[in-house]
Design a protein around this ligand. Structure first.
Ligand SMILES: [Zn+2]
Length: 247
């Protein structure tokens, strides 16, 4: 049930006809996992919290360092040395004390991913490496949980929404692990705009309105300000979501 304060706090979005009181109630009942509390995860979790998503799990295995601060906007100079999920959770609790936040200082592995995402409604990809993205993707396919992929490089960003059983999964899109990642250039605004789009997708998905960014990858080039999308197709031989031969 929405409280009197909820109607005030979320009043401007409840006014939106396709969303309304029922959309707000659905957000309040939702549980979203933010995987990674870097540039993408910090911005995404702020907008999830301010929109009133009732339960947010924050997962990261790193501590805050000075070189994070140009883009990881929930981590401040005073937080250097702190575990990222706790640094983020403390700020989010001040932004919106009416929601539940679960910080997990863990590396996402094949052994713990099942329990981390079990029973949740959406997983936001805030990772900086494909190894972990593939672990999340596989488990999202198994559990039927939507996975909103985002990635950034410099002033370039990409995003797509994966709905298990309906759209290509991450392994359909990237049959092999993209070449070794490492420390890549990135401006803070790039994860900010991709994260804002990831949360726009999450809100529509959870509240059940609008059209989703499915079956295509949106590419944003902040240098030329060109936005392009490329169609994506399911790989029938995908090792994660492909049709399995019977015994
Ligand atoms: Zn697939």
């Amino acid at each position: 049930m929405l409280t009197e304060a909820d109607f005030i706090r979320y009043g401007r979005q409840i006014l939106y006809p396709d969303f309304g009181e029922s959309g707000q109630e659905r957000l309040k009942q939702s549980h979203v996992v933010v995987a990674g509390l870097g540039g993408l995860g910090c911005s995404a979790s702020m907008y999830l919290a301010s929109a009133g998503v009732g339960h947010i799990t924050l997962v990261d295995c790193d501590v805050v360092v000075l070189s994070n601060l140009n883009r990881q906007v929930l981590h401040w100079e005073e937080d250097i040395g702190e575990k990222k999920p706790f640094s983020a959770a403390r700020k989010l609790a001040k932004l919106n004390p009416t929601i539940n936040i679960t910080p997990l200082f863990e590396k996402i592995t094949e052994d713990n991913v099942r329990d981390i995402i079990k029973g949740t409604n959406v997983v936001i990809d805030g990772m900086d490496n494909f190894e972990t993205r593939f672990i999340l993707n596989s488990e999202c396919v198994v559990q039927g949980i939507p996975f909103i992929h985002g990635g950034v490089y410099g002033f370039l960003g990409e995003i797509t929404t994966i709905i298990p059983g309906e759209t290509p999964c991450l392994a359909c899109i990237f049959p092999a692990t993209p070449k070794k990642e490492g420390t890549v250039p990135v401006f803070g605004v790039t994860p900010a705009f991709i994260a804002a789009l990831q949360v726009a997708e999450a809100i529509k998905l959870l509240a059940g309105f609008g059209n989703l960014l499915t079956n295509r990858m949106l590419y944003i080039n902040g240098i030329t300000m060109e936005f392009n999308s490329c169609p994506l197709t399911k790989n029938p031989d995908c090792k994660v979501c492909g049709i399995k031969e019977g015994p």
